[in-house]
Design a protein around this ligand. Structure first.
Ligand SMILES: [Zn+2]
Length: 195
């Protein structure tokens, strides 16, 4: 006994008793749905990255690594489901896990956006010294100032900055980093000003 690839009902014969599709039609229906949901997921990941640029968390690198791992795990799962569907194998459980992961980047993006946009707390200025900087070109250009950390247990911070601030700063400069606590407790960087 397998489950219908289209509606998930248990199926004894080739044609599903619940939705009426035969196994070939059900396979196509599932693969079309997989493709649509994958598109929603990829858009969500882009929305998440956009949110992380607008209100950059202090721990931006960790946040981006997390979403990257989630991204590839989810797409890997989509590939497994699709391959199993091609062979008309059982996909019901994996499919549900996959569908459950689809809204995650949207929810995390909304969390990050709300954390910054709805944060009414005043920023506090943290004094730091620039010790280096690096920029990465590409689809998602990123510019960071490497500064001495004000937090216990941290030696340096990599502060995301815009192009103007990046160009103005040189190692040895003293800067003030405006840090907000964040509505849900994710500290984010409001800006950098020089002393
Ligand atoms: Zn069915």
């Amino acid at each position: 006994m397998t489950h219908c690839l289209n509606c998930g009902a248990e199926r004894g014969a080739d044609a599903c008793e619940s939705c009426g599709l035969n196994s070939i039609a059900a396979e196509f229906a599932l693969r079309r749905r997989l493709l649509n949901r994958t598109a929603i997921f990829v858009l969500g990941a882009l929305a998440f990255v956009a949110a992380s640029v607008r209100y950059p968390p202090l721990e931006l690198d960790g946040v981006l690594i997390f979403i990257g791992v989630l991204f590839f795990l989810t797409l890997g799962l989509a590939i497994v489901v699709e391959r199993r569907a091609l062979h008309h194998a059982e996909v019901e459980a994996l499919k549900r896990v996959y569908y459950g992961l689809i809204p995650l980047p949207w929810l995390l993006g909304a969390l990050l956006l709300g954390n910054g946009a709805l944060d009414r707390s005043a920023a506090r200025d943290e004094e730091a010294r620039v010790v280096g900087k690096f920029a990465m070109a590409g689809a998602l250009p990123s510019r960071r100032l490497v500064v001495t950390s004000w937090r216990d247990g941290h030696r340096i911070e990599r502060i995301p900055v815009d192009r103007g601030e990046f160009d103005r700063s040189t190692p040895g400069d003293y800067v003030d980093i405006a840090v907000h606590d964040g509505l849900v407790g994710i500290p984010w960087v409001g800006g950098v000003s020089r002393r």
